[in-house]
Structures are given as structure tokens and as C-alpha cells.
Design a protein around this ligand. Structure first.
Ligand SMILES: Nc1nc2c(ncn2[C@@H]2O[C@H](COP(=O)(O)OP(=O)(O)OP(=O)(O)O)[C@@H](O)[C@H]2O)c(=O)[nH]1
Ligand SMILES: [Mg+2]
Length: 446
């Protein structure tokens, strides 16, 4: 297979910093805008704006009813559940300093309306227009992000799990919320200062009001623009996640930690996942692509599963469950009965039974890894008084589940058989995907 096998590996991991996102990169509660500052514009200012400042600048950022309708349509359109691939469509986020510098530059170039002879009038017109321009230049990118980062609840369940597990529960929404709060503040403070500037009585006053307003907006953006940088970081993390194609047959390697999953992924594809003799070496989902006989397949390596309740699982284990729960994948379940991996055979048996029961609808292949360390010919002793659970476990300790294939990466035992069984499994997976999509087509077209 190796000759005909091409491989492209993509790995996304949960680095310890990401697992602790809430505590390190995105400290929970930091950069939060105090409530008082968030809504600083008393409503009488709003009335003033519509009479003086907006008349001065010939236009406003207040969305017209038409614009409101458009955004409602957009909101409705984005309610359609997304298929996989939303992360690749995320907008490019500009660093907050770049947004600020570009906005300042553009605003300063705005000239007063032509034909105003009176110096004071011209200056206040210029000031109000520049502040309005600055406010818009700052707010528009933020609105674009708000509109183009999908609402988490409309993501494919697999991608929703990834957002929660890699960024930390609630962080995605929290950061988007902070960006929106910043936008609202920029709009209200910008309008407030443009309005004040528009009422200046002298050239000097208009200049002072302009520079005050610019300084205020700059300060706000400097202080709270971190939310934009957090969003940029989120986009980077999400965009880097491997693209999963739901139409391509996938093989997912599952098992307890340290049982040899990554070693087998290396063997089945030409990818190079990290291999170490300690649990949780694999800290994310690794996606490998293999081609067998001109057919493309996906292989995912997953973090190991421990014997414990779902509530107690770490985010790495939850990632594995997300793959099994939400992706149409065949399972290559790896058992290590050599006593080397750190999870006892009886615990592995319990984890296995739970997974098999939960995900019995997946196509499935069991392997016993590290068979170079196992006894040559397993013998099962059955005594009269043993109950069926003990018998099952005793049998598992010796031979693993029925039909399990014995393999060793070290001594290369069983590898050819494994490759051909994997090929068969993926071919069946292909047929399964095809028949499902044919059925869906039939349902759609009558
Ligand atoms: N003797 C022997 N050791 C093996 C074999 N396969 C893997 N190992 C060793 O087992 C250890 C764990 O292998 P990995 O492939 O990293 O196991 P894993 O299941 O991916 O581990 P996690 O990612 O931590 O869950 C490494 O030290 C490997 O060298 C084998 O066939 N024989
Ligand atoms: Mg691994």
C-alpha cells in the first residue's frame, strides 16, 4: 500500500494554553466593559444628534429601516444550519492597531463640504465629518465580523463541539459579545463628539472638539480593541482545524491512552503523529489522508479514552467522543493487553464495551496492538463456577474481542492483513456513504 499511498496531514491540537484558554490567553472577565461605560449616551443626546450633527455630516451610522431589514434577512439566512466547513469561511480579522491606524488616516483626509465661506462653520463641518468618518471606519469592520462569524448554535454539531472544546465553553460568544460592545461604544461616543463638534461657535472650539473626540475614540479602541485581537486569534485557531470531508470515507483510531494508536496511524498513512510512551501524547485530532488504489480516504488519530464517566472526561477525551458522535466514520479500535500502556485490560474492556454499545452503528475493526509483547498462543481457561461476566473478561484479557486482529508495529506482525482489512472497511464505508446520499437524493427529488 505504501507505494500507492499519498498523505497529507493536518493536525489541530489542544495545546495546554488552549485548554486553559479561559485562564491564559483569554482571561475570563478581563477587558469587560463596565456597565456604566457601555451605555454612556443619555437619550437626549440622541435627539440632539438627529437635529444638528447628522444634518452637518449629511449622513449617519444610524441604520436606516432599510438597512435594518437587510440585516434581518441576513440573520434569517444565517439561521440555516451549516454543513461542515464554516471555519474556512471565517472573515479575515485585522489587528486592532491596524484598524485604528487605517481609520485615523482615512478620517484625517476628510475635507469640509465645499462652498462654506464662514471659517467657524467650515471648521465645525470638517470636525463633525472627520469624527463621523472615524466612527464609521472603526465600527464597520467590527460589524462585518459580527455578521460573518457564525452563531455557534447554527454550526454543524461537530464544529460546535470543536469550538467549545478548543476555545473553552462560552469563550467564542464572549469575545464576539465584547467586539459588539466595542462597536456600540464607538458608535455612540463618535456620534456624541461629532454632535458636540457640530455645535462649536468658533474655529478654535471646533478644532478642540475634533481633537478631543479623536482622542476619546482612540483611547476606547486602544483599551478595548483587545477583543478584536482575541477574535483574530480565535479565527486563526479555528481556521487551522483540518477540513473534514463528510463524503470521504474516514477511519478513526480509538482506544485507551498509550495503546499504540498513533503508531498505527503512522503506519497506515505516511503521516507523522507524535509517539511517546506516556498517555495523552496525542493532544488533538490528527487528520491524515491516504490514497489506496486511486481512492482517497481520511484517517483520524484521536486522544485516548479513560475509564470514567462523561462528566469527568477532559476536553481531549471529549474531542474523541465528538468525532465518534458527529462524523460518519469507521472505527479502528486499538486494545493493548501487554500491560504496557497504563490502563489495565479490565478497564480497557469496560471502556470498550461502553464505546461499542454507544457507537455500534459505525463500521468497526478491533486490533490487539503490541503483539510482540504478548504470549504466542493465547489459552483461555474456563472453570465451571465462573460467571459469564468473568468469563467474558478472562477471554478479553487473553484474546481481546472476538475477531480482533493481532498486530505489532515493532515486529511488523499482522500489518499486511491490517492494511487489507482497513481497505475493505473503508470500501464498505464508501458504499455506506454512497447509499445514504442516494437515499437523500431520492427523498429530496420525490
Ligand atoms: N513493543 C511495542 N511497542 C509499541 C508498539 N506500538 C506502539 N508501541 C509503543 O507504545 C507507546 C505508545 O504509542 P503511541 O502510538 O504514542 O500510543 P497512543 O495510543 O497514540 O498514545 P496517546 O496518544 O498518548 O493516547 C510508544 O512508546 C510506542 O513506541 C508495538 O507494536 N510494540
Ligand atoms: Mg497518540
Amino acid at each position: 500500500m505504501s507505494g500507492a499511498t499519498s498523505n497529507l496531514l493536518q493536525l489541530w491540537q489542544i495545546p495546554s494554553t488552549c485548554l486553559l484558554f479561559g485562564r491564559s490567553k483569554l482571561p475570563k472577565g478581563s477587558y469587560l466593559v463596565p456597565k456604566m461605560i457601555r451605555n454612556p449616551v443619555p437619550c437626549f443626546y440622541k435627539c440632539m444628534q438627529s437635529t444638528s450633527y447628522e444634518a452637518v455630516v449629511h449622513g449617519s451610522y444610524v441604520p436606516s429601516p432599510e438597512a435594518n431589514q437587510k440585516s434581518e434577512v441576513k440573520e434569517k439566512a444565517s439561521n440555516v444550519p451549516e454543513s461542515i466547513g464554516a471555519f474556512q469561511k471565517l472573515p479575515m480579522v485585522m489587528p486592532s492597531v491596524d484598524i485604528l491606524h487605517s481609520a485615523m488616516r482615512k478620517a484625517k483626509r476628510v475635507s469640509p463640504t465645499k462652498g462654506i465661506a464662514n471659517v467657524a462653520k467650515r471648521e465645525r463641518n470638517r470636525g463633525a465629518k472627520q469624527l463621523d468618518a472615524l466612527m464609521k471606519e472603526l465600527a464597520i469592520p467590527l460589524r462585518t465580523y459580527q455578521e460573518n462569524f457564525p452563531n455557534k448554535k447554527y454550526l454543524h454539531p461537530y464544529e460546535r463541539s470543536l469550538v467549545e472544546l478548543t476555545l473553552g465553553d462560552g469563550n467564542y460568544e464572549e469575545v464576539l459579545g465584547k467586539v459588539d460592545a466595542l462597536r456600540k461604544k464607538v458608535v455612540s461616543v463618535g456620534k456624541e463628539h461629532a454632535s458636540i463638534c457640530a455645535k462649536s461657535l468658533s474655529k478654535r472650539e471646533a478644532e478642540d472638539r475634533l481633537s478631543e473626540g479623536m482622542k476619546k475614540l482612540e483611547e476606547i479602541f486602544h483599551r478595548e480593541g483587545k477583543a478584536v485581537d482575541e477574535l483574530l486569534n480565535i479565527a486563526k485557531i479555528l481556521r487551522a482545524m483540518p477540513v473534514v470531508d463528510l463524503e470521504t470515507p474516514t477511519l478513526c483510531l480509538v482506544g485507551a491512552p498509550n495503546v499504540g494508536k498513533s503508531s498505527l496511524v503512522r503506519l497506515l498513512s505516511t503521516g507523522k503523529p507524535e509517539i511517546c510512551n506516556y498517555p495523552f501524547t496525542t493532544r488533538g485530532i490528527l487528520m491524515g489522508h491516504i490514497t489506496i488504489s486511486y481512492q482517497n480516504f481520511q484517517v483520524t488519530d484521536t486522544p485516548g479514552l479513560l475509564r470514567r464517566r462523561d462528566e469527568d472526561r477532559n476536553n481531549l477525551e471529549k474531542l474523541t467522543l465528538a468525532v465518534l458522535s458527529h462524523l460518519p466514520t469507521a472505527v479502528l479500535y486499538v486494545h493493548d493487553l501487554s500491560g504496557e500502556c497504563g490502563t489495565s485490560p479490565s478497564d480497557q474492556f469496560i471502556i470498550y464495551k461502553e464505546m461499542k454499545e454507544r457507537f455500534s452503528y459505525h463500521l468497526w475493526l478491533d486490533v490487539l496492538s503490541k503483539c510482540d509483547l504478548l504470549q504466542e498462543s493465547p489459552v483461555v481457561f474456563i472453570t465451571e463456577d465462573v460467571n459469564s461476566d468473568d468469563y467474558e473478561l478472562a477471554k478479553y484479557r487473553k484474546m481481546g474481542p472476538d475477531g480482533a486482529l493481532r498486530v505489532s508495529v515493532k515486529s511488523e506482525v499482522g500489518l499486511d492483513e491490517l492494511k487489507s482489512r482497513v481497505h475493505e472497511l473503508l470500501a464498505s464505508q464508501f458504499v455506506k456513504i454512497q447509499s445514504k446520499s442516494n437515499q437523500e437524493n431520492l427523498e429530496v427529488h420525490g
